[in-house]
Design a protein around this ligand. Structure first.
Ligand code: NDP
Ligand code: 2IT
Length: 445
């Protein structure tokens, strides 16, 4: 690393102590950006790295609500409005007990460059709460969402900041959040994405991240002149991203052999029955362990990270950050994995990425590979603005084009800056360049 970049990273670590996921995300992007900084002295002169690592605005608020027993509960809410150089802040809300400022900042930082890669006019932001939706009743979820929005509404708007879903926030939560925003503001506007199709949601937003991931994976596989047909695929998670990634893999003739949740993983070598997974996860909101009651030939193991020990051709981490570490990466590559594409945000540790790149395993970084979700959110914003709703076919066609454009951008940026074949650097460079140029054009703001 050159001394300038390492000094800036040091400064970011010092200024934001204990936010280790944020440090990790910044370090990766800034390291990749080194050749860009060398080629563009104006970036260094205008302190672009220092500016880009500092969120434009950070909001932390109290969320109080009453549970079904009448007890008062207190949670913490966050919204980090990171960068608005290319459009309104855009990014999801995560409800999970592990949420803290460092997590929200790493996600918001990644979102800046991901959103830039989509080619659509969206800036970067992220939010959420340490609220745990597990085991809560429907009315507790609604009361929490209403209380959360009673503070958040004043900071967001269709031209300012447009939240969406992430872990623990799906169409049910978006519905309650939207209802409360409309009630308080008396405005029916596209302030959130991931809405139901009856009230302004885009068709295919639910499927978009998973489908987009597999469209991106197909582009990667072209380098090996391969298709998904007949390949065995392991997918971690069994939430929104994992389920629709699995659906698209199966549509393309791939064989999904394992999926997980935080309680463990199931292995069904003959192929996962996705209808059973959907019933357990989307309808019942149950645990993946229940799968073996329906399919006794499948096996269940409590160690969910053990999923990476299974032999497969493709791995799609779609659960959470840092789920593939160096040891798992070595096992995967020793087992002959062909490609890894990240459905989750930052699921692979830096050491594990090095293993994949050194062993020439095709590697699709999350900020490119999982950008189909936020891209379709931007399509939802466009449909809301023109008060129209496109068909499934139209949205799908746009999503395919967007994913192959992103792939091409990453590939070209990697070639242009001397790291051909490295899609991690390619994604960071392409995403960074556009945001950097937009920031410079807008002066010192
Ligand atoms: P969901 O809440 O729908 O599903 C998350 C899945 O991952 C669940 O199976 C969950 O298991 C598991 N999981 C979550 N956290 C952990 C953990 N700490 N340890 C073990 N398992 C865990 O979320 P999404 O599918 O929406 O999100 C998955 C990933 O994809 C996240 O990294 C998210 O940031 C990223 N992403 C999401 C997009 C979207 O459009 N939704 C877009 C782009 C990226 P359990 O139910 O047991 O907790
Ligand atoms: O990480 C992500 O890109 C998301 N959770 C989706 C964000 C969005 O605004 O659709």
């Amino acid at each position: 690393m050159n001394p300038y970049t390492s000094a800036i990273i040091e400064q970011v670590i010092k200024k934001n102590p204990e936010q280790k996921e944020f440090h990790q995300a910044v370090q990766e992007v800034f390291e990749s950006a080194e050749p860009v900084i060398e080629m563009h002295p104006e970036f260094k002169k205008s302190k672009l790295l220092e500016r880009i690592a500092e969120p434009e605005r950070q909001i932390i608020f109290r969320v109080t609500w009453q549970d079904d027993k009448g007890n008062i509960q207190v949670n913490r809410g966050f919204r980090v409005e990171f960068n608005s150089a290319i459009g309104p802040y855009k990014g999801g809300l995560r409800f999970h007990p592990t949420v803290n400022l460092g997590i929200v900042k790493f996600l918001g930082f990644e979102q800046i460059f991901k959103n830039s890669l989509t080619g659509l006019p969206i800036g970067g932001g992220k939010g959420g709460s340490d609220f745990d939706p597990k085991g809560k009743s429907e009315s507790e979820i609604m009361r929490f969402c209403q209380s959360f929005m009673t503070e958040l509404y004043r900071h967001i708007g269709m031209n300012t900041d447009v939240p969406a879903g992430d872990i623990g926030v799906g169409s049910r939560e978006i519905g309650y959040l939207f209802g409360q925003y409309k009630r308080i503001r008396n405005r029916f506007e596209g302030v959130l994405t991931g809405k139901g199709p009856e009230y302004g949601g885009s068709r295919m937003r639910t499927e978009a991240t998973g489908y987009g991931l597999v469209y991106f994976l197909q582009e990667m596989l072209k380098a090996l002149s391969k298709s998904l047909k007949g390949l065995n695929v392991t997918i971690s998670g069994s939430g929104n991203v994992a389920i629709y990634a699995a659906e698209k893999v199966q549509q393309f003739g791939g064989n999904v052999i394992a999926m997980s949740d935080s309680g463990g993983y199931i292995n069904d070598p003959g192929g996962i029955h996705l209808d059973t997974i959907k019933k357990i996860k989307e309808v019942k909101r149950g645990r993946i362990e229940e799968y073996i009651q329906h399919h006794p030939n499948a096996a269940f193991s409590e160690d969910w990270l053990g999923i990476w020990r299974l032999k497969a051709d493709i791995a799609l981490p779609c659960a959470t950050q840092n789920e593939i570490d160096e040891a798992s990466a070595r096992i995967l590559s020793d087992n002959g994995i062909l490609a890894v594409a990240e459905g989750a945000n930052m699921p692979t540790t830096p050491e594990a990425i090095d293993v994949f790149l050194n062993k020439k395993v095709l590697f699709g970084p999350g900020k490119a590979a999982n950008a189909g979700g936020v891209a379709t959110s931007a399509l939802e914003m466009a449909q809301n603005s023109i008060r129209m709703q496109w068909t499934m076919e139209e949205v799908d066609a746009r999503l395919k084009t967007i994913m192959s454009d992103i792939f091409r951008q990453c590939q070209q940026a990697a070639e242009q800056y001397g790291v051909a074949g490295d899609l991690v650097s390619g994604a960071n460079i392409a995403g960074f360049l556009k945001v950097g140029r937009a920031m410079l054009a807008q002066g010192l703001v």
